[in-house]
Design a protein around this ligand. Structure first.
Ligand code: 4AD
Ligand code: MG
Length: 481
C-alpha cells in the first residue's frame, strides 16, 4: 500500500526514523554533484524545508534535470537521521514523480532576494517565498485566535451584510453596488438617478463597517462580533490603507467606554501572546529578515527593538489612557510643535494626523495609547455624547509604527439625542429607522470597537506595507489577481 502523505512540518518534528514516508511540495533549491543531489522541498506547512537526498544513479537523467526551483514533486522515500547541520531528519528518495515542471529560464522567483514591490506584481506566486509563507501562516493563526478569543468569552459571531443601504461611518467613501446600465441610466422626472429601477430598488453600496447591524444583534444577544471584509473608496495611497480590508467588530450590551477599553486591550494582548505561543518559527524568520533590512538603514532610522522584543513589550505594561484634550496639551508642549516640525499644526478640534499619533506613542509615552473623549465634530453620529456638549465617548488605540489600530466608542443609547444628531448631520431618517428603533424598545448602554485586521498583522509580522499582509490587495488603480 502507498504511504500516506505527511506534511513536512510533521516529518521535521518526527522522532521516528528509518521508515517509509511520502512528502509532496515545491522545490526551493537543488544542489549537488554527479552522484548525489540535495533538494530542499517545501509544502507550506512550515517555514522550514525538508532535504531530499537523491542518489542520482538510481533515477532517470531527465527526471533529475527537471527537478528545478519551483517544480512540484511527489517524493517517496525513507526518513533518516540527518548528519547535516540545522536539520534532524532528511528523506532518502526511492521514488520521485514530478507533477509540474517550472522552466528555470522563465520561473519568476530566482534564488536571490526579491524586493517586496516586485513580489506584489507576482502576487500569484509570492506565497512561495519564505516571507509571504510566514506572513500568511501568521495571518491564519491570528484569524483563528480571534474566533477562539471571542468564543471563549461567549460572544456570538454575527454575519453582517456586505451589501448595505446605510453609511455607518458617514464618511461618504463608498463603492456603489448597482446593476443599472451605466450607458443608459434611468432618471426620475427631476433628472436624478432612478434607483427604484435598480436591483434592490434603492441605492446600495459595499459596507464600510458591520457595526450598525452588530448593534442590532447586541441588543438581544448581549455580546456579538463580526469579522468580515469592509470597503472604503477613499483615495488614500498609504502603507496603512486598503480599499478592501477585514475588520473585527465586537459589540457589547451593558458595556460602558471603560469596559470597552478593557476588552480591547485584553484582546490585543491575547492575540499577540497567541502569536508568540504558536508562530515562533515564522516570527523568528521575520525578525531576522528585519534585522538584515535594518543593516541598510541610516543610524537614526534603526529600530531599537527587534520584532520579538516589540511584541513582548506590548504585553508588559498597561496601555496609557488619556483624553483627546490631554493629548492635545502634550502635543502643543512637545518639541516638534515648538520647533514647527509638525506638518499639520496642533489645535483642539483637529483630527490627529499620523505624525501626532506616532509622536504620542513612540516618543512621548513609549507605549500603546488609548485616547478617549474626542471632539464630536470629527467623529461618527452614533457615539455617546458627553455632558460637556463638545466631546463624545470615542476611543482610538494607537500602536507604535502603526498609528490607529482600533477605533470604537460607547454608543448613544438615548433615542432623542441620537435622532437629533442624525438630523443635525443630515443623515436621511428613512435609512436609519431600524437603527433608531433599538433605542425605542428596551434600549441599553452599549459599546463596541473595530480592529483593522491588516493593521494587526502589520504589527505582528513587522511588515511595513499593508499590501504585503493581505493576499490580494485592493488599492486605488489596483485590482489585479
Ligand atoms: O475607525 P474606523 O473607521 O471605525 C469603524 O469603522 C467603526 N464602525 C468600528 C466600530 O466601532 N465597530 O475603523 C476601524 C479600524 C481602524 O482603527 C483601522 O485599524 C482599520 O479599521 N481601518 C483600515 N484598515 C485598512 N485600510 C483602511 N482603509 C482602513 N480604515 C480603517
Ligand atoms: Mg477611526
Amino acid at each position: 500500500m502507498e504511504q500516506r502523505r505527511s506534511f513536512i512540518k510533521e516529518l521535521l518534528q518526527s522522532k521516528e526514523v528509518d521508515r517509509d514516508v511520502n512528502a509532496k511540495g515545491w522545490v526551493r533549491t537543488k544542489r549537488g554533484n554527479k552522484q548525489v543531489a540535495f533538494v530542499a522541498l517545501n509544502d507550506g506547512s512550515t517555514i522550514h524545508n525538508i532535504q531530499v537526498v537523491i542518489d542520482v544513479a538510481k533515477f532517470d537523467e531527465n527526471l533529475i534535470k527537471n527537478i528545478t526551483t519551483g517544480a512540484s514533486l511527489n517524493v517517496h522515500g525513507t526518513l533518516v537521521r540527518s548528519l547535516a547541520q540545522g536539520q534532524s531528519v532528511e528523506i532518502q528518495a526511492n521514488k520521485i514523480e514530478i507533477y509540474g515542471v517550472a522552466d528555470p529560464e522563465k520561473y519568476p522567483l530566482q534564488k536571490k532576494r526579491h524586493s517586496l514591490e516586485y513580489l506584489r506584481e507576482i502576487a500569484h506566486l509570492r506565497f512561495r517565498t519564505n516571507t509571504f509563507g510566514a506572513v500568511f501562516r501568521i495571518r491564519h493563526a491570528m484569524a483563528f485566535a480571534i474566533h477562539k478569543y471571542f468564543n471563549d468569552k461567549k460572544f456570538y459571531y454575527l454575519h453582517t451584510p456586505i451589501v448595505t443601504g446605510s453609511d455607518a461611518e458617514g464618511a461618504g467613501e463608498m463603492f456603489k453596488v448597482s446593476t443599472l446600465d451605466l450607458e443608459n441610466i434611468p432618471k426620475t422626472e427631476k433628472g436624478e438617478i432612478n434607483y427604484t429601477e435598480d436591483f434592490f430598488g434603492k441605492e446600495t453600496n459595499l459596507t464600510v463597517s458591520g457595526q450598525l447591524e452588530a448593534e442590532l444583534g447586541a441588543t438581544a444577544l448581549s455580546n456579538v462580533y463580526t469579522f468580515g471584509p469592509t470597503f472604503r473608496a477613499e483615495n488614500s495611497n498609504t502603507p496603512r490603507h486598503l480599499a478592501e480590508f477585514w475588520m473585527i467588530e465586537p459589540e457589547m450590551a451593558f458595556y460602558d467606554i471603560h469596559d470597552n477599553m478593557d476588552l480591547a486591550e485584553d484582546m490585543l494582548k491575547y492575540l499577540i501572546q497567541y502569536a508568540l505561543d504558536n508562530c515562533m518559527d515564522d516570527l523568528k524568520f521575520l525578525e531576522n529578515r528585519l534585522i538584515e533590512e535594518e543593516k541598510n538603514k541610516p543610524q537614526n532610522e534603526k529600530s531599537d527593538m527587534t520584532l520579538l522584543e516589540k511584541l513582548e513589550f506590548i504585553l508588559k505594561d498597561d496601555f496609557v489612557r488619556l483624553t483627546y484634550t490631554e493629548a492635545i496639551d502634550v502635543l502643543k508642549n512637545s518639541k516638534p510643535a515648538k520647533k514647527g516640525k509638525f506638518q499639520f499644526p496642533v489645535e483642539w478640534g483637529i483630527d490627529l494626523q499620523s505624525e501626532h499619533e506616532r509622536y504620542l506613542v513612540e516618543k512621548h509615552f513609549k507605549k500603546p495609547v488609548i485616547l478617549v473623549d474626542y471632539p464630536k465634530d470629527i467623529k461618527a453620529f452614533y457615539m455617546k455624547q458627553n455632558d460637556d456638549g463638545k466631546t463624545v465617548r470615542a476611543m482610538d488605540i494607537l500602536f507604535p509604527g502603526i498609528g490607529e489600530i482600533i477605533g470604537g466608542s460607547q454608543r448613544e443609547e438615548v433615542y432623542e439625542k441620537l435622532a437629533a444628531r442624525i438630523s443635525e448631520m443630515g443623515i436621511p431618517e428613512r435609512d436609519m429607522w431600524w437603527y433608531l428603533e433599538t433605542r425605542m424598545y428596551g434600549t441599553v448602554p452599549h459599546s463596541g470597537f473595530g480592529l483593522g485586521f491588516e493593521r494587526l498583522i502589520l504589527f505582528v509580522t513587522g511588515m511595513s506595507n499593508i499590501r504585503d499582509v493581505i493576499p490580494f490587495p485592493r488599492t486605488p488603480k489596483n485590482a489585479e489577481f
